[in-house]
Design a protein around this ligand. Sequence first.
Ligand SMILES: [Zn+2]
Ligand SMILES: [Zn+2]
Length: 243
Amino acid sequence: MNWLERLLFPPSCQLCGVPTTNDTLCAHCASDIHVIDTACPLCALPNDDGSVCASCSQQPPYWQSAHSCFVYDGNLAELIRHWKYRKQRVAQALLCNAMTAWLVETQFITTATAIVPVPLHRNKLRQRGFNTSYHLAQAASKALNLPVITQALTRKQHTQSQAGLSKIERHRNLLGAFDLNIAALKQHEHVLLIDDVYTTGATAQICTQLFQDKQVNVHLLTLARALPPNEVAQSLAITATKP
Ligand SMILES: [Zn+2]
Ligand SMILES: [Zn+2]
């Protein structure tokens, strides 16, 4: 932004528009964003002691661990929508920087030696112009000093939107939608799979299955974790803290 742009468009909160010192969020809007400090190590569902949740105890996911930086609700969800659907680059920078900060702050470490973003089908990529997971992977790469590999995991067919589908319907929709080229992984045996939002985990499970079939371990990292409807009220009250 040059001096003229700054004069004409002074910095303001990305969500409510009140004047700020830089193009981020005002204190009021930032206070609505919930950082995940402690969570189930297998599905990233926030809790107060970091224990494995009942659902993961009964049916553990395929991946080795799952982490998520923020609860997917309120202003964080709004920012993701600004990025994904309104293509706001300021929201992109804000969210990628937030992921980097979270990784540094939590001293995030896994056995992963490479980062793989969940891919978009090329038609969707052309339509949207960018893949949020790819940008988050770049942010994580900066924080963790790990390479990003985009050629290994690809999306084969254009799946219909996952919005509004049941868990079983999502799984069926995703089966066969991904392809893994193991040679492109260059012998990395532990990868950090990155996606923007963890909703039911169905997308990540499918991808993890493909990696596991080739004896590659997966750690999952998402920017935001949606809470199951019945957990929303209690989890937020108990565990998620404000920055
Ligand atoms: Zn604001
Ligand atoms: Zn869990």
